[in-house]
Design a protein around this ligand. Structure first.
Ligand SMILES: [Mn+2]
Length: 300
């Protein structure tokens, strides 16, 4: 089953390439199964309507779904190489293309961002926006430097990445050592409560201004599903109250697509075994991805 039944091979007019990373070994919870989320999120699209909220016909979008990266659950170095080669092969087929990754736990974002950064030069001045209830800023977590709780740290440590171009939005479950790292390293986070304190419109403007001020030329967007309120996205390992609404995130994605050149995105941490029987979290994930793809396709 492909995402919205899109084709599976990259052609000259392909604009977006969807792929899954079925890997949750680097989550710190063992009762999650985000490794099956790429398949579950594809499957729910079979029952979803074929227009976006703003009336765009989904089959007209220039998307392909090339399947999953081959993963060996516990072999981290092997998987990092597989992911690198997988993304390299995408760009070898078409240079101007937008990778859209479905995870997997949040660590999956790191090798994707790293590989995408390798395709650009320092002048491209890439920004990274992470939507997350957490900072994921630990230097090391239970399995070492590679963990879903260290992903933001690994990203700001990347060569050629300017840590002033990293913004984390929707945070509301921050550990003391992470707060210390954020302060010392100057990592900016806009906490979830600011959406109600300042109002969504004002905070959205602050987010756009953040990236305008850092003069990014291109933007990668990572969505940890736990940025949303658990009342609407229960299927995830860490259900933290006070999250964003679907509409707040939808409006923000629309605004980002309008203002910046989006070079890649992902959606991670959906855990189908923790979802409601009607698969509401997977539906939400599928909707968010296709809506964002339509915005990036200039339908906003
Ligand atoms: Mn996360």
């Amino acid at each position: 089953m492909k995402f919205y039944d899109f084709g599976d091979s990259i052609t000259a007019d392909t604009e977006f390439v969807i792929f899954g990373i079925p890997w949750d070994y680097l989550s710190s919870k063992d009762h999650v199964n985000s490794s099956i989320a790429p398949q579950t999120i594809r499957e729910v699209t079979e029952d979803l309507a074929l227009t976006t909220e703003m009336g765009v016909e989904i089959p007209s979008l220039k998307v392909v779904d090339i399947g999953n990266v081959s993963i060996d659950p516990t072999n981290i170095e092997r998987n990092l190489n597989e992911i690198k080669d997988f993304i390299k092969a995408i760009y070898n087929q078409k240079k101007e293309i937008i990778p859209v990754m479905i995870g997997g736990d949040h660590f999956c974002t790191f090798p994707v961002v790293k590989s995408i950064c390798n395709e650009f030069t320092a002048e491209d001045n890439i920004g990274v926006l992470i939507f997350d209830a957490h900072l994921d800023l630990y230097d090391e977590w239970d399995k070492g430097v590679y963990s879903h709780a260290t992903v933001s740290h690994r990203i700001y440590d990347l060569d050629h990445f300017n840590k002033n171009n990293l913004l984390i939005v929707g945070t509301r479950d921050i550990d003391i050592p992470e707060m210390k790292i954020a302060t010392e390293e100057g990592i900016t986070h806009f906490d979830a409560f600011l959406f109600s304190d300042l109002g969504s419109k004002n905070l959205s403007k602050d987010i756009v201004d953040f990236f305008r001020n850092s003069q990014i030329k291109s933007l990668y967007v990572s969505i940890d599903i736990d940025v949303l309120d658990p009342s609407i996205a229960p299927g995830t390992g860490y259900a933290i109250p006070g999250g964003l609404s679907y509409r707040e995130l939808w409006q923000l994605l629309r605004l980002l697509a309008k203002n910046f050149k989006i070079i890649g995105c992902d959606l991670v941490e959906v855990s189908p075994n923790l979802d409601a029987p009607n698969k509401m979290t997977s539906n939400l994930a599928a909707k968010l991805l296709i809506e964002f793809i339509s915005f990036i396709s200039n339908y906003y």
